[in-house]
Design a protein around this ligand. Sequence first.
Ligand code: F6P
Length: 319
Amino acid sequence: MKKIAILTPGGDAPGMNACIRAVVRRSISSGMEVYGVMNGYQGLIDDNIYKMELRSVSGIIHHGGTILKSSRCAEIKTDEGLSKAIATLKKHQIDFLVVIGGDGSIRAAEKISKFGISVFGIPASIDNDIFGTDETIGFDTAIDTAVDAIDKIRDTATSFDRVFIIEVMGREHGFLALEIGLASGAELVFIPEVKYDLKKVCDELKKDQQKKKTSVIIVFAEGCGDAKEFAKKIFECTGIDVKVSNLGYIQRGGNPSARSRNLASRFGSFSVDLILKGEKNKVIVTQDCVIKAIPIEKAISGEKDIPKDTLVLIEKLAV
Ligand code: F6P
């Protein structure tokens, strides 16, 4: 009987549970055994794995986080950590490893593939920064969560005629910030991929005040640096007291949106289809609404393009 192990390393993303459910249910129904690895790659290193049943994944589709738990595991990047993980996989005679996670998790999976275990990467991250896929599991939910929070902050911004900087996640990329900015009607969005000109920003804010646009929402991607420092610089050149609000970890939690759950279910089920077809070492992606697979080497070597046209649209709409 073929054996699959499944894990959710790195940052949790809403929809991971829906994906675990899909992989478990499809594999068991297809006559395979499934093992859940606890705490991401740390569980592989520590041999913390258990056999899952159809009912192990009941009642989880609507929950954020991951029932398999997670961790940031630096040890998997070392030769020693990697050999311990391989030893656990060999000990349990695992044939296939399904890794539901972000960029770093898929990179580690690629290293494992070199030891004769067939690996499948399923992109799950609120950052949406994985090459080859239009969307990652959790991205849609994180946008909704952030937009909901900004709508509330806007009430204060409007009532007090204030300028707010809202710091959002995304690691060193601006995919999340752009979608949040567009959906929340932000006046300005800063992303790491595009350098900003402080003088231009200050002139823009002064012009806004003259146009009686006295409340302003600025979405600031965490990869752009220190938001408080940025607010200070704006104050120094304009005299405007800018409030800073960091949305932080609320962006990663909460019940997954229907879109995140469905993407997760499709990705999970598709990974089992690939296993049944005898495919090896792939990352499941969605391109123009079609679920596909690309070689894992390709997924880790490419750099995803930032949609700069979204930034242009935000500017056009903030007149
Ligand atoms: O990758 C998801 C993410 O939430 C990033 O947006 C953020 O930079 C990072 O993880 C935070 O990581 P940690 O959970 O280790 O603090």
